[in-house]
Write a protein that binds this ligand. Structure first.
Ligand code: SAH
Length: 348
């Protein structure tokens, strides 16, 4: 019999399940607390349940566990990168970043990725499978337990394309923000997408209050299609139309990510074209000097060009930030560690 992944269930489903097992419904709240507040990894830890009850639950349900395969700490001590091994032997990565306002965890949504962006290490490692909501939560619980800290912010910017795993990702956000769980405020959650346009429309129907980040990286189709295959399906104009609509419907600023690639997309003319495209969209622009993942291919733009680019955009009235590069010394860009792990790539 296939056991049900209990940590992916919301309170309502858990209540229905315990009732069906003939248990009083308060047991659901008890179990949920163990799973999501304490971060229990086995039913044996649930000491306020009788042994026979634990056995009964364990017969129907499973708590997926993941173990830390590798852990790298950056020399500035502000970034920790984890490689987790999942119950079926897959590997995923998460990055814990320390900011003045708290800890942010960069969470993976898939083992691998099928979007194929040419500058991204996750694409190079190939795609294995979607992660369950419980496996996204487990990244947070493991990091918290390992470092004895609380994570206050989540960015879905690890491996994978969140909108390519829509159901599990939205469930993960529901669970992580639940009062009985981590209770992380929607304003402290960001979801980053390479631009799966139909899913952006689907998402906006629910009027989400978390931040939508869009990996734009280029002001036009010629440049964007060269580095992001997804652009051949949904071009810049179609994507930006969805973003404009999203900002209107949700009254939330869309955040555009723009990786600055040396002599590719980083001239003042590129900045002007971008400004023209984004005019009138309630947004924020985040410039990130590209992290080089494959030697000799793409390089990050030099700082002065990033600053000049930022200046053009702010003169045009846009809110722009240049992202601090945390963890470059520990290969903190998504996918770099999974790929570097020989066990992780064996058999692919
Ligand atoms: N699939 C999602 C989320 C994962 S990647 C997306 O595409 O948005 C998180 C961010 O890191 C994206 O903006 C992605 O384009 C960017 N990124 C990937 N590789 C990078 C690299 N080598 N240097 C800088 N940013 C990179």
């Amino acid at each position: 019999m296939n056991k049900t992944d209990i940590k992916s269930m919301n309170m309502e489903e858990l209540r229905a399940a315990v009732t069906e097992m003939g248990l009083p419904s308060f047991r659901a709240a008890q179990i949920y607390r163990w799973l999501h507040k304490t971060g229990a990894e086995s039913f044996d830890e649930m000491t306020d349940l009788s042994l026979s009850l634990r056995e009964k639950i364990g017969y129907n349900f499973v708590i997926f566990s993941s173990s830390i395969e590798k852990k790298l700490i950056s020399e500035y001590n502000d970034t920790v990168k984890y490689l987790f091994r999942l119950h079926d032997g897959e590997f995923i990565e998460s990055v814990l970043m320390k900011y003045s306002y708290g800890y942010t965890l960069c969470v993976s949504s898939q083992a691998g990725c099928r979007m194929g962006c040419s500058f991204c290490a996750s694409a190079l490692g190939g795609f294995s499978r979607n992660l369950a909501a419980s496996e996204m939560l487990a990244q947070i619980y493991s990091a918290q337990r390992d470092m004895s800290i609380r994570v206050s912010h989540i960015v879905l910017m690890g491996m994978g394309e969140p909108l390519d795993n829509y159901e599990n990702v939205t469930r993960f956000i529901e669970l992580a923000s639940s009062e009985e769980g981590l209770n992380i405020g929607m304003r402290n959650i960001s979801l980053s997408t390479c631009g799966i346009v139909p899913k952006i429309y689907e998402l906006m129907k629910t009027k989400p209050q978390f931040t939508l980040s869009v990996s734009l990286h280029a002001p036009n189709d010629v440049l964007r299609s060269e580095i992001m295959p997804v652009n051949k399906k949904w071009g810049v104009e179609e994507l930006l139309r969805a973003c404009r609509e999203y900002a209107k419907v949700t009254s939330r600023r869309v955040s555009f990510e723009y990786a600055m690639i040396d002599s590719f997309n980083d001239t003042p003319e590129n900045a002007l074209e971008l400004a023209g495209r984004l005019r009138g969209i309630l947004c924020h622009i985040n410039l990130i000097p590209l992290n080089e993942v494959r030697e000799g291919e793409y390089k990050g733009s030099p700082r002065d060009r990033v600053d000049a680019f930022a200046r053009v955009l702010s003169e045009k009235g846009f809110a722009v930030t240049v992202r601090r590069r945390l963890g470059a010394d520990i290969n903190a860009s998504c996918g770099q560690l999974r790929r570097g792990n020989s066990a992780a790539v064996a058999g692919r």
